[in-house]
Design a binder for this molecule. Structure first.
Ligand code: 4AD
Ligand code: MG
Length: 462
């Protein structure tokens, strides 16, 4: 007996009229007057369910008969003949020969994932069960495709994937709170924690950038994709304490080159999702009245708007969003400003470049004006910053000056500085927050819903 996934059933018409087996869970179950039982089954391979039709008169086995008592959520194994459905909405259905309940729902009345609609907030209390809902299923499949398309894009463009370390002694951003890593001795009943396992204090990484710069200065084109940890105490809809970041680094390149890579990559990812996750996107359109497919297609057709930081501040001052006439060098963009520029003024994705050096980390390359750095942020509608990047300071004298200005301990950055002693090279890179990109693609409003098990201040359940 051929066991097939529901995704394959909807893709390969060749299975029509053959006897096949599917394995999944009951979404809905209906009785008809004519002694037929209609059961919608999902297996997570796609958003579609397959309707299987059981003729109760033909249930002879005790095992088969148990299906009558089954409820939504039970896992089942079903054999039968696949046929075209007469119902227009449903392309295929199965006439069942044999059906077996594999796992029961204990206390169906209190099953938290009952078929009624639940709010996203409610679902967060059941992070272990929420993948069973259509919405989390769609997000999960899109999330998987986003990661796959990133690897595919970089592989095709001759970048190498480098695994940057998670445990580190450095704050790669030079600022920001980090989680410290301690250890406890196996036989210590008091569960005391010690810091000095590595001979120095270590933390969970806030960025893999510095490590992949070392590899870019040898392999030319590299990227890393892994979990990032930040102990910022910001409980917003766009911040996580643990999130996933893609970082890429390109040797012999400048700000302009890296922005081109970013644009090409974003278009690649989004066209990949439009092509391979169409049904998941249609689910969001249908249920949230959101034109996300149009939105994504528009993104592909339009050029991203690019402006200088100085001009962004001028627009905000002209429109009275910023009420002082201070120099742009003294005004730091905040979320409200970004929202105005992206959602109201340009009404599209915007790249802001050449930030005042005072608002940016030590590693960004100083421009000729000595006041700004070759940095850029990509701001998306509704979400804000999804990508931040820059050309890196490859000149040792300038780098050291910045390390001093920012009161960082130069000894901590010795190996990073050595990259500038030995065959230094202009290079640039960026970091993309995966969850924020997935929010943009799916239209989901809270970042906690696009990562399987969110970690935020006061919340590390599951
Ligand atoms: O702008 P960030 O801090 O840049 C860096 O870490 C650089 N080292 C990247 C590089 O040039 N290699 O972070 C990059 C992106 C942000 O644009 C945002 O999308 C995401 O990471 N991000 C977060 N996502 C979720 N929760 C948080 N707390 C995040 N902090 C940053
Ligand atoms: Mg940033």
């Amino acid at each position: 007996m051929k066991i097939v996934s529901i995704k394959d059933i909807f893709k390969k018409k060749v299975l029509i009229n053959s006897i096949i087996q599917i394995q999944g869970w009951i979404k809905n179950k209906r009785n008809s007057k004519s002694n037929l039982l209609f059961i919608d089954i999902y297996d997570g391979s796609c958003v579609n369910t397959l309707q299987v039709i059981v003729n109760k008169n033909l249930l002879i086995d005790d095992e088969d008969n148990e299906i009558i008592k089954s409820t939504p959520g039970c896992s089942v194994s079903v054999q039968g003949k696949l046929i075209y459905s007469l119902n227009v909405e449903q392309k295929f259905e199965m006439h069942v020969n044999k059906i077996k309940v594999v796992g029961w729902i204990q206390n169906p009345d209190s099953y938290p994932m009952s078929s009624k609609k639940h709010s996203m907030e409610h679902l967060r209390n059941f992070a272990h069960l929420r993948p069973r809902t259509n919405i989390i299923g769609c997000i999960s499949r899109i999330r998987s495709s986003v990661f796959y398309s990133i690897h595919k894009f970089f592989y095709k463009n001759n970048y190498y994937w480098v695994s940057s370390p998670i445990i580190t002694s450095l704050n790669a951003e030079g600022a920001g709170d980090m989680f410290s890593v301690q250890y406890s001795k196996n036989n210590d009943k008091k569960k005391k924690f010690y810091k000095n396992f590595f001979g120095k204090e270590v933390f969970l990484t806030v960025s893999g950038q510095l490590s992949i710069e070392a590899y870019a200065c040898a392999l030319s084109k590299v990227y890393t994709l892994g979990p990032i940890f930040r102990a910022e105490n910001s409980n917003t809809s766009r911040h996580l304490s643990e999130f996933w970041m893609l970082e890429a680094e390109l040797a012999f390149s400048n700000l302009k080159n890296i922005i081109e890579v970013v644009q090409k990559m974003l278009k690649y990812i989004i066209s990949f999702i439009l092509k391979n996750n169409t049904n998941d996107l249609l689910f969001f359109e249908k249920n949230f009245n959101d034109n996300i497919i149009d939105k994504l297609e528009n993104f592909l057709e339009n050029k991203i708007k690019k402006i200088n930081y100085k001009d962004a501040i001028k627009i905000l001052q002209d429109n009275k969003i910023i009420k002082t006439d201070s120099s742009y060098l003294d005004i730091e963009l905040n979320l409200e400003h970004e929202k105005f520029l992206v959602d109201k003024y340009f009404k599209k994705t915007v790249i802001i470049q050449n930030y005042p050096k005072n608002f940016k980390p030590f590693y960004m390359r100083i421009n000729n004006d000595k006041k700004t750095v070759s940095a850029f942020d990509v701001l998306f509608p509704q979400i804000g910053e999804i990508i931040g990047g820059s050309q890196r300071e490859e000149r040792i004298l300038y780098l050291d000056k910045r390390i001093h200005e920012l009161n960082l301990n130069i000894n901590d950055y010795q190996w990073y500085r050595e990259l500038r002693f030995y065959g230094t090279v202009p290079h640039a890179g960026f970091g993309l927050g995966l969850e924020r990109l997935i929010m943009y693609i799916t239209g989901i409003k809270n970042i906690k819903d696009v990562i399987p098990f969110p970690r935020t201040p006061k919340n590390a359940n599951f």
